[in-house]
Design a protein around this ligand. Structure first.
Ligand code: GLU
Length: 415
């Protein structure tokens, strides 16, 4: 029998806009800043998992920290109504006055940090708050003090501001905690800004009140160092743990403490991109000027959804946090039952950061093999400054977490 082969499709020539040879003729068009920049691996892996699934592969993703809940209905309605009312035009670069006032009220009453509306800048998620702050506080010659493991965007944002990063390492045996003496030893005359991220991404560590007080005692001796508190996981706490705003515990330092937060994690509003930066008015004014020259206001009607969220009760936030507690426990118990892994029990956020070094594989190799061999997407610890670990997110539902644990078990058994 004769077989007819389908005519082979001719490979299209690369478009001039994608042709590497054309680019090679003028390689220096890209700034050194852009050449040094690493893309966000958390976003990249989550996107890759989605793409593989769309291509028909059986993929389980415990990668990005993105709640699988829908944004609560009353928030969606408030944004839709704002849209209908005509909130479709430019607003003040600093944010809608009512939202700035509501955030200031939240900080004053819920976090114990007396704040006025003028001290608040509404940003495109917590990320833009961090970026703006780093741009207005840091410059070449300065150092960012970064407890490690750390969320992967902090060092890149510091470098974009021209600053160097001094890591303050901690490991699982010390509960991934920032010790006051390690902080003291890391501070130099170039130190400008310390990052406190509690509850922490990726480790889930939550700084206790005595630990924060010890950190404050160190900072009193170093007036050149400001602090940024990334409180994006403030509501996601395992039973027995409490979130403290550093600025509330050390009011004498409040003029150099900056709070970054947003609605993404607590209210399941990742795609809305509404966050804020709060702190001393002089710095906020500089950050507003920067934002007015770069992105202008955050999406106008999204801000009205955010306003409803902040002014609403915390019932929806607590209900979701309760679910995350169950999921965190499920993931932690599952990981602890796997031979060869060790886990510092996460105290908050929605991640687990187990040590996988007994496999003999580095974290990138392990994650690539997990994706290729069992279709499990997780993030290599090397992106967070610890190559012995991997990060698994439990923002996904219980069935996905169970599925992910089974895939991981299968993979470990195959080694
Ligand atoms: N912050 C989340 C994470 O670490 C979302 C992705 C990102 O912005 O890095 O997974």
């Amino acid at each position: 029998m004769e077989t007819t082969l389908m005519p082979r499709a001719k490979k299209p020539a690369p478009s001039p806009m994608q042709d590497p040879e054309m680019w090679a003729a003028s390689p220096n068009l890209l700034s050194s800043r852009a050449r040094a920049l690493e893309p966000s691996l958390t976003l990249e892996i989550a996107a890759k998992a989605k793409q593989l699934r769309a291509d028909g592969r059986d993929i389980c993703s415990l990668s990005a920290g993105e709640p699988d809940f829908d944004t609560p209905a009353f928030i969606r309605t408030a944004a839709a109504e704002a849209l209908e009312r005509g909130h479709t035009r430019y607003g003040p670069a600093a944010g809608e006055p009512a939202l700035r006032a509501a955030i200031a009220h939240k900080l004053s009453t819920e976090n114990g940090v007396p704040t006025e509306a003028a001290q608040v800048l509404v940003t495109n998620g917590g990320k833009q708050a961090l970026f703006n702050l780093f741009q207005v506080l840091l410059e070449p010659g300065d150092e960012l003090l970064l407890p490690s493991p750390y969320w992967l965007s902090y060092p890149e944002m510091a470098r974009l501001a021209g600053a160097a990063v001094r890591f303050i390492p901690s490991d699982a045996s010390a509960g991934f905690r920032l010790q006051a003496d390690a902080l003291e030893a890391a501070i130099s005359p170039a130190s400008r800004l310390l990052v406190l991220n509690s509850p922490s991404n990726p480790t889930g560590m939550v700084l206790s009140r005595p630990e924060l007080e010890a950190i404050a005692a160190v900072l009193r001796r170093h007036p050149q160092v400001a602090v940024v508190c990334d409180e994006i996981y403030e509501f996601l706490l395992a039973p027995g743990h409490k979130h403290h705003s550093f600025a509330a515990l050390a009011p004498d330092l409040a003029h150099r403490v900056f709070i970054v937060n947003g609605l993404a994690k607590g209210w399941a509003m990742t795609g809305w991109r509404v966050g804020w930066l709060a702190g001393h008015g002089t710095v906020i004014q500089a950050a507003i000027a920067l934002q007015s020259q770069t992105t202008s206001n955050v999406c106008s009607f999204a801000q009205f959804g955010a306003l409803a969220a902040i002014n609403g009760t915390r019932d929806c936030v607590h209900a979701m946090a309760e679910q995350f507690n169950g999921r965190r426990q499920l993931l932690s118990d599952g990981l602890r039952s796997l031979p060869g892994l060790t886990l510092m029990p996460p105290e908050g956020a929605f991640y687990a950061f187990p040590d996988i070094s007994s496999t003999g594989l580095d974290s990138m190799t392990l994650c690539n093999r997990l994706l290729d061999e069992v279709g499990l997407a997780v993030v290599p610890g090397v992106a967070f400054g610890d190559d012995r670990c991997i990060r698994l997110s439990c923002a996904a539902g219980p069935a996905t977490i169970e599925d992910g644990l089974n895939r991981l078990r299968r993979f470990l058994q195959s080694l």
